[in-house]
Design a protein around this ligand. Structure first.
Ligand code: WT7
Length: 627
């Protein structure tokens, strides 16, 4: 695909409403962008001063390719900025979160109450012996409790590793083991489409035999009573704690959290983010890209188990003192009206969601939306995968009533915050994420690092460091260096992209063996390893196929062991294996039994050939093919 011209070109530009431009937190993108590139350090220095530091930094940036340190020597605590400072600014009684569980039960928490809850959990963790630098795994549903547990870790300097509650035993165990978590925090269950998913059983199985896990703290949602080895009830534990907990004074470069994400090998990588740079970058992108104002009600539909939840449900949003809506469960359960009812009921002004959800709603037409008053909406965001112009226009017209702006935010777990998007005061182009954010130099290059001409597909790379970039991969420094060594001089994003004459970027998807299924990043090798755990499977290769709603769907080619006959039953048992090892999101949609897989002479599976055959494309270079 690299080098191809982009066929689908969106010519039309959409302009933000005048009032929105006039009231925007940043009105002149071009001017500020030029400034931010001319004096990157001066730019971030000014932004960082908007936040609270116990001690200011001596130097904004120390760049030792490929290692960066930001706000060097600075001392702060991200929870001080997210909580204590908000109270100092008079937001003690302001709503931090309105939470709705899948049964539609509402719970509200103010900034003042959230601080108290966080302090109690922080004190509880201290009582359990958790210290600065210790790892705490969090395997919980989207909830106020989960957010509070993340913040409690950050308050005492423990490194949290949140594991998406949709992952199963194998995926959870790998993450707990890799991080050597001292404590695991979980919940008795989560609800998905009315079904109870027993998280506690998964947590117990996933930690079996892991001696370094000293305690499993359980949010006992229905007060059923938790008993068992290592188990301890969250609320009884915090009942006896003091509501004050001094923050741990953290160095700017101290670790904040690990978040595992899929790569091209079978093992996900533990992306490590640090306190200072991540805090400044998520705070500022939240403020500018969502144009946050005092009376906004912001609704991000992501799960805290992903980076979107970390940066734009928790840290960046709280650092701005904003009120948010947070929900548990599926967008279309009990019916497709769920989100729109909430938007109407609570007067949501900013909605941040994924293209896959938009395409799911689109299948129901647009009539159903007319039942809801969506006039409170001002800004619509999308993230996770390319949004096709058709879905963009549907979102713009029917959700936004042609008066809202759309911010199509391109970024990654590794980048920590938004990297490419048009900001609300800037003209939009459907299907194009838009322009690099302040301080970000994005380029489209060929494999030798040479810039390609406009409207040509190439690799999307970033030229210089930014505050919330990942600092390393937990325990695997060589994997970190690969980001900066693949194309010399650049951070390699793994995405294909093009840019047009006006400098708008269009993201075309991954260039590597990473799938994007409904906005979830899944490694082909991870799925393959899960499939071969089924005792009847000899070999497996996995590819992604285009899907009208999910973006991509998973297809697995499977060679069965000698003597095993293909059948529906074998197919189901393979799916069950993947469900147990990784979780429902990684289950192949299609399984084809084959006798042979295309391989190179050195034995590497050529997924490219499978993909081309499957989609009826040209096979390309087959000179390395074994046979
Ligand atoms: C990959 C990163 C960033 C939070 C969610 C995903 C794809 C992300 C967009 C967008 C086109 C996008 C890319 C990227 N992606 N946002 N606006 N347009 N593609 O985080 O799991 O780290 O995945 O998601 O392929 O590399 P992630």
């Amino acid at each position: 695909m690299e080098g191809d011209r982009v066929l689908l070109e969106v010519k039309e530009k959409y302009f933000p409403p005048k009032e929105l431009v006039e009231g925007a937190n940043v009105k002149d993108y071009e001017k500020l962008y030029a400034e931010s590139i001319r004096d990157r350090e001066g730019f971030w220095d000014k932004v960082a001063k908007e936040l609270h530091w116990f001690k200011e930094w001596d130097k904004v940036l120390e760049w030792n390719y490929p290692h960066a340190k930001w706000f060097v020597g600075g001392k702060t605590n991200i929870t001080y900025n997210c909580l204590d400072r908000q109270i100092e600014l008079g937001r003690k009684n302001k709503i931090a979160y309105i939470y709705l569980d899948e049964r539609d039960r509402e719970r509200k928490i103010t900034y003042g109450e959230l601080l108290e809850l966080v302090c109690k959990i922080a004190n509880a963790l201290k009582e359990l012996g958790v210290k600065k630098g210790d790892r705490v795994s969090i395997y919980m549903p989207n909830s106020i409790e989960a957010v509070a547990c993340m913040l409690a870790c950050a308050r005492i300097g423990a490194i949290h590793s949140v594991v998406f509650a949709g992952f199963s035993e194998g995926a959870l165990r790998m993450r707990i083991e890799d991080a050597k978590a001292k404590v695991l925090i979980t919940a008795t269950y989560t609800l998905r489409r009315g079904k109870k998913i027993d998280l506690l059983s998964v947590a117990k199985k996933a930690t079996q035999g892991l001696d370094f896990v000293e305690r499993i703290v359980v949010w006992d949602r229905d007060r059923e009573g938790v008993k068992g080895e290592k188990l301890i009830d969250l609320y009884s534990l915090i009942e006896r704690q003091k509501p004050h907990c001094e923050v741990e004074v953290m160095d700017s470069e101290d670790p904040l959290f690990i978040l595992y994400t899929s790569g091209t090998t079978g093992k996900p990588k533990g992306v490590l983010h640090t306190v200072g740079g991540y805090m400044v970058n998520t705070y500022y992108t939240s403020k500018v890209v969502f144009d946050l104002k005092e009376n906004d009600l912001y609704f991000c539909t992501a799960d805290i188990g992903w980076i979107t939840g970390h940066s734009y449900i928790v840290y960046g949003i709280l650092a701005n003192g904003t009120s948010s809506l947070i929900v548990e469960g599926a967008p279309n359960y009990p019916d497709v009206g769920r989100w729109w009812r909430y938007i109407q009921r609570y007067r949501v002004s900013i909605l941040y969601t994924a293209p896959t959800a938009i395409r799911m709603f689109m299948r129901h037409g647009s009539e159903f939306l007319k039942e809801y008053d969506l006039s409170s909406l001002r800004i619509l965001g999308t993230v996770g995968e390319p949004i096709n112009p058709e879905a963009w226009l549907w979102y713009y017209k029917y959700v936004g009533g042609q008066r809202c702006v759309i911010v199509d935010t391109w970024w990654q777990t590794e980048t920590g915050s938004h990297m490419i998007t048009t900001i609300p005061s800037y003209p939009m182009k459907p299907g194009k994420a838009g322009k690099p954010f302040f301080g970000i130099e994005a380029k489209v290059v060929d494999k030798d690092g040479k810039e390609v001409p406009p409207n040509t597909v190439g690799f999307l790379v970033i030229k210089s460091p930014w505050p919330s970039m990942l600092r390393t991969c937990w325990g695997e420094p060589q994997r970190y260096e690969k980001y900066w060594n693949t194309i010399k001089g650049y951070y390699f994003t793994g995405d294909l992209a093009s840019y047009d004459e006006e400098g708008y970027f269009m993201i075309l998807g991954r260039s590597d063996d990473v799938l994007n299924v409904a906005g979830h990043r899944i490694g082909t090798m991870e799925v393959e390893s899960a499939v071969v755990e089924n005792e009847r499977v000899a070999e497996c290769a996995v590819i992604g196929k285009p899907d009208p709603v999910k973006g991509q769907r998973i297809k697995a080619f499977v060679i069965l062991k000698e003597g095993v006959k293909p059948s529906k039953e074998v197919e189901e048992s393979i799916k069950q294996t993947v469900r147990e090892v990784l979780g429902p999101i990684a289950v192949p949609d299609e399984i084809e039994f084959v006798e042979k897989l295309p391989k190179t002479r050195s034995g590497k599976i050529m997924r490219r050939i499978l993909r081309a055959k499957e989609l009826g494309l040209e096979l390309g270079d087959t000179s390395t093919l074994e046979d």
